[in-house]
Design a binder for this molecule. Structure first.
Ligand code: C2E
Ligand code: CA
Ligand code: CA
Length: 861
């Protein structure tokens, strides 16, 4: 046998239509599953036990005062049965209904006596549950006769009745039905604070009056100010009529009403429904069966709770307790319950009700119904949301971190790129610095090169010579030679051919000298046309002269320069280390002196320095020193040597010869100072001064009556090369009123030939102006006839050295040939330096035109 286990708290219980409680829904599948599992386990496991308990099964008779359909009765019965069953007993229930409300007569009792006697005289019950007064009375009255003195437990009987019925009886106990409207009124007063009138509806039955009186008493006790009116003396129609027009400060309280004052019987449900339907004010009740029949509610006596409470006592008795040891009690059997629909109708808020109030007919509220579930779900959701929130928070945090990381990464990437870029830049800058350094190094090299090299020839320069000489001339054990090389007449080349030509010549010279260098020989360009060769570590000093000769011989070959073929000669001065000097300065000085000596003695040669040369050099330095101021100090004068026309035997003119009477140096020969004057270009103003002096001399002669004489003036090629030379001549002639044909310009042959190209035009101009041009020192310069023919020369002056050859003993054909050539070319031939008669004779013989010389005149004119 399987016993149903009711787990009440796991069920949702609501009022059914009859006001009873019923199982409606099982909430949780889990619980159901657990329940089924328990059932199975229990069913299989306890089969034997059940079998054993069969023997101890009890018979309980539930004897009801009223009929089966009465809600109150039904509730009580269910409460009893359910409670006893819940306590796990094996009970057989017998339920009887005495139907006392409908059959309130002795006859009914008699029938029932017979009926029950028939049924239970031989079917002994273990306990009788008597509900309400009549049943209790019957059970006690016939307990011994019919029910074999089964103990009686009652319910639904008020205190007075219970006391009265059980008086003197034993083997009986139960629970008293206490009617108390006080709590209900408290709630009603709270809902409607203006409550003043309470209308009580009860019938005039024994129990009705009893209940009604209790109610009146209790209400007055609760609040004496309340007006209590009982409607038990009214017909039901009157009740309804009154109910319809009640003021709002009123309520109706229904207790039990099964008949009206006229004795008319009513069904309680009907009464409740009608009164409540008609009433203008809320209708409160005392019993819970009024619920869902129109009453608003209240603190209601529950038939089921009465049954349950009684059943608990019954259980104890069934378990063996003596009924007489269990006093009659009055446990709480009240329910605080309200009808939602009615509350709505009277616009009463649920808040006005006590917290533990049961609300029936409440529209289905998911929340209310599944509160736990909902709360659990809500809690779960909250937890879920919290989790989700936390999760989202962390996701966001992670995303933020990711973003930050990405940004950081980007920044890092950028930084890396920047670093790479700056690295690149640095590399570039490094490369630039390297290249700048390289440039600086190259510039330094270049500078150093430029500092130590001559820019024109690329040869080591003077500075280089000074630097290297420190090493070369460091040991006196070693021998060395310094060769000072200078181009002969370079001053004319530079002035006549121009600087470009002069530069090219120097470059060529440098190249040629480089080619001529020997082992241990080093070439330097000192300045201008000055070059130095140092031959270091010489084994034999005499070899230097052979080397100088070798160099000079090479210069016999002409230079090819800017499309012209040029003969260039050089002079070399040599000084020896350590014989002549031990430092460069002195060696240079001595080599320079030797070089000047070479020039003085005819150029195109070398000279090795010796002590005697020092004097000549010192003299030259002195001349140079005093020459500059000689003109302004009027230290010069001009000496005029007459020119004699041989044929007419008369003086036709004079040659102007310059004289310098230096206060410091005494009389200085033009042979010495003209060269210095040319080197310093002082010859240009000096030459002009001579020209003016000569012209002035002529005009003075004329003034003194000597007639028109001619004048020959020696002209340096440097003068001729001046741009304004022709103007200077013209100015002088004009100033002294000298006819151009009376002026003759004497130009030295050798120099003239070297500057031929440059001066030929000027000479043409001069000639065109009738100025005569004499070729001085003819014969010394090896002039080619070809040149002579091209030049506008009027006079040939045969050099004194050739005249000197004409002696008493021998006649030289050479002079006669010169005279012939001169004549042939249509020139006037003048012999100079004629000192002796036979020279004159010779010249006369060979038809020389004019003569000059000491033979006629030695002193100044
Ligand atoms: P030069 O033009 O050949 O001059 C003739 C030189 O011979 C003069 O020497 C003169 O005094 C000298 N002389 C004349 N007759 C005789 C003689 O019978 N026997 C000897 N032994 N000598 C005689 P001076 O005056 O000493 O001049 C030397 C040179 O200086 C000149 O040679 C000329 O080239 C140059 N010179 C002189 N005066 C001037 C001048 O004003 N300007 C320029 N540029 N050169 C001048
Ligand atoms: Ca002359
Ligand atoms: Ca001469």
């Amino acid at each position: 046998m399987i016993t149903l286990l009711y787990i009440e708290k796991n069920m949702i219980v609501t009022k059914d239509k009859e006001g009873g409680r019923m199982l409606e829904k099982q909430t949780k599948l889990l619980k159901i599953t657990a329940f089924i599992v328990l059932l199975i386990i229990y069913g299989t496991h306890v089969t034997d036990q059940v079998q054993a308990e069969d023997n101890s099964s009890k018979k309980v008779l539930i004897l009801n005062s009223y009929h089966e359909g009465l809600t109150w009765t039904k509730e009580e019965t269910e409460g009893i049965m359910q409670t006893l069953n819940d306590e796990g007993r094996n009970i057989s229930f017998y339920v009887e209904y005495m139907d006392w409300k409908n059959h309130n007569s002795e006859k009914n009792l008699d029938y029932l006596y017979d009926y029950y006697k028939y049924k239970y005289e031989h079917n002994k019950v273990d306990l009788i549950m008597a509900t309400d007064d009549v049943a209790l009375q019957f059970a006690l009255q016939y307990g011994e006769e019919i029910f074999a003195n089964a103990p009686v437990v009652f319910c639904g009987v008020n205190k007075e009745s219970a006391e009265a019925i059980t008086k003197g009886e034993s083997n009986v106990t139960g629970v008293i039905e206490v009617v108390d409207p006080t709590e209900t009124l408290k709630i009603a007063s709270e809902i409607n604070p203006s409550l003043k009138n309470v209308y009580l509806l009860y019938d005039n039955s024994e129990s009705g009056l009893s209940t009604g009186n209790i109610a009146v008493t209790e209400i007055e006790k609760f609040n004496p100010d309340l007006m209590v009116e009982s409607w038990n003396d009214l017909a039901f129609e009157e009740v309804l009529e009154r109910a319809r027009s009640l003021e709002q400060d009123s309520i109706i309280l229904i207790t039990t009403y099964y008949s009206d004052a006229t004795g008319k019987i009513f069904d309680m449900d009907y009464v409740n429904r009608e009164v409540c339907a008609q009433s203008s004010v809320p209708v409160y009740g005392l019993y819970d069966f009024g619920l869902d029949r129109g009453i608003i509610g209240g603190v209601l006596l529950s038939g089921r709770l009465q049954g349950e409470n009684a059943a608990k006592i019954a259980g104890r008795i069934l378990d063996g307790e003596d009924p007489d040891d269990i006093p009659i009690s009055a446990p709480n059997s009240m329910r605080t319950a309200f009808d939602y629909n009615e509350l709505q109708q009277y616009d009463i808020s649920l808040d006005a009700l006590p917290d533990d109030s049961e609300i029936i007919n409440k529209p289905f509220s998911f929340y209310e119904t599944y509160k736990t579930l909902v709360l659990s779900v809500v809690a779960a959701f909250i937890i879920l949301f919290v989790f989700i929130y936390i999760l989202l928070f962390y996701i966001r945090k992670i995303q933020k971190m990711k973003k930050n990381l990405a940004e950081n990464n980007e920044e890092l990437t950028q930084l890396y790129e920047e670093l790479t870029a700056s690295d690149e830049e640095m590399k570039q800058q490094y490369d630039e610095i390297i290249s700048i350094n390289e440039k600086i190094r190259l510039s330094e090299e270049k500078l150093s090169y430029l500092a130590y090299h001559d820019s024109l020839t690329g040869l080591p320069n003077k500075l280089s010579l000074y630097e290297e000489s420190k090493i070369i001339f460091s040991s006196k054990d070693l021998k060395a030679a310094l060769l000072f090389i200078d181009i002969d007449n370079f001053k004319y080349v530079n002035d006549t051919m121009g600087h470009v030509f002069g530069d090219s010549l120097i470059i060529k010279l440098g190249e040629r000298l480089t080619e001529l260098l020997r082992y241990n020989c080093y070439l330097y360009r000192l300045s201008g046309d000055e070059f130095v060769v140092i031959w270091k570590d010489m084994a034999q000093t005499d070899r230097v002269e052979e080397y100088a000769t070798f160099i000079l011989s090479d210069f016999l070959t002409n230079f090819e320069l800017l499309n012209s073929d040029l003969h260039v000669s050089i002079s070399i001065g040599i000084a020896m280390y350590p014989n002549h000097a031990t430092d460069l300065e002195e060696l240079l000085k001595y080599a320079d002196i030797a070089m000047y000596q070479a020039k003085d003695t005819g150029k195109k040669r070398y000279m090795v320095y010796d002590q005697a040369m020092n004097e000549a050099f010192t003299e030259r330095v002195s001349i140079e020193k005093y020459l500059q101021k000689a003109l302004e100090h009027q230290e010069f004068e001009v000496y005029y040597q007459p020119q004699l026309d041989i044929k007419n035997n008369c003086i036709t003119g004079f040659e102007a010869l310059l004289r310098w009477n230096s206060p410091e140096l005494g009389k200085v020969s033009p042979m010495k100072f003209i060269d210095v004057a040319e080197d310093t270009h002082f010859i240009i103003p000096l030459g002009t001064w001579v020209l003016h002096e000569a012209c002035g001399f002529l005009s003075r002669l004329e003034e003194k009556g000597y007639g028109k004489m001619d004048i020959s003036v020696n002209i340096s090629i440097l003068q001729l090369l001046q741009e304004d030379f022709i103007d200077i001549i013209t100015d002088a002639l004009e100033k002294y009123q000298i006819e151009p044909e009376r002026l003759e310009l004497e130009i030295t042959e050798s120099i003239l030939m070297e500057s031929f190209e440059r001066i030929i035009t000027k000479l043409q101009i001069l000639r065109n102006r009738n100025i005569r041009i004499a070729l001085d020192d003819f014969g010394k310069g090896y002039s080619s006839l070809n040149y002579l023919k091209q030049l506008p020369i009027t006079t040939l002056k045969v050099d004194k050295s050739f005249i000197d050859y004409i002696t008493d003993t021998k006649e030289d054909d050479f002079v006669s040939h010169i005279i012939s050539i001169g004549k042939y070319l249509g020139m006037c031939v003048v012999a100079e330096g004629v000192e002796v008669q036979n020279q004159l004779d010779y010249l006369i013989k060979y038809d020389c035109d004019k003569i000059q010389g000491f033979l006629f005149c030695r002193g100044n004119v």
